[in-house]
Design a binder for this molecule. Sequence first.
Ligand code: SF4
Length: 366
Amino acid sequence: MTENAEHLYVHVPFCRTICYYCDFCHVVYREEQAEEWLQALQRETELLSGDKAMRTVYIGGGTPNSLSDDQFARFFSLFQGLCAKDGEFTAEVNPEHLTAFQADVMKACGVNRISMGFQSADDRELQMMNRHHTAADVRDAMHILRERGIDNISLDLMYSLPGQTLASLRRSMETAVSLQPDHLSLYSLTVEENSVFGRKGYRSCDEDTEADMYEMICRELPKYGYKQYEVSNFARNGRESMHNKAYWEYKDFYGLSAGASGKTGNIRYDKPKNIRAYIEDPFAREETLLSTEDMMFEHLMMSLRMKRGLNLQAFEARYGTTVSEVWPDTLSACISEGLLEINDRYLRLTDRGYPVMNEVLIRFLP
Ligand code: SF4
């Protein structure tokens, strides 16, 4: 590739079953279609040859381990050696499909971090979401991975589920923590129109309950050693997600495969969401040209999601101007209202500003 991104996202657009809250780009796995997709991806990845090693590679989906064993091995071999030795190579997996074979393949191809859907420890909530695993499946999958030396494991949990209570969320959090992952991502349910939940008229919890849940998450997880470093993300032992931090620091990244997006310089691009269209032309992409104003705002918006905030030096080096030159009035107003602060050359939301992040950001809109 002619661009110079150091981060790569690859989308595997297949799932064995479809979760009722989900409207990501995915289709139910069919071996023949996955075969055609894999051949298209092989053509697309040839573009990467000659690129220097990536700082991070992230294989997401969909469900990467919904592929057959043979496809799974061929898929991961496409990315073997692509990630720097001290880089981060993450793969998403679903616990109920994970096998020792898959763990061996990933280990051999350099995967050193796993992101797994745990979602809830409550079987009734899992069934409601059409998730086909239990907390015990997650424990078993983590055991398989750790036995093979992949010990940097992140679990995803969901909150604000229909009918979920603070008590059931607390039980799910405690169960997840008892499995000792190094990283936890907690996402509130958004009922998407195109999801089964949306079509069935399901609702997430009311605003107050959701706010109480978030407050409990932020209060409780640090007691177990998980430090919040972003709105929805917590890490212990410093194992923050390098790949996601690249997004929040507004770095460039490549996106490969159907449903992926990428960004290089002032161009953001989306690969076809339709798998058939991708198979026919794996190089097709729709580009959006970003103005400097767009980029400066997006950079600020993404970086303020992190507790550490926006690196002011990096901002100035990139745009040749400073945050206080671009938004003089808004910046000083937010600082004097105690919503933002500058510390150590980082601009960050204060404890008061963090819960009202969206309201603060709206004030910076171009
Ligand atoms: S949440 Fe993940 S596993 Fe479930 S349908 Fe969506 S992409 Fe597939």
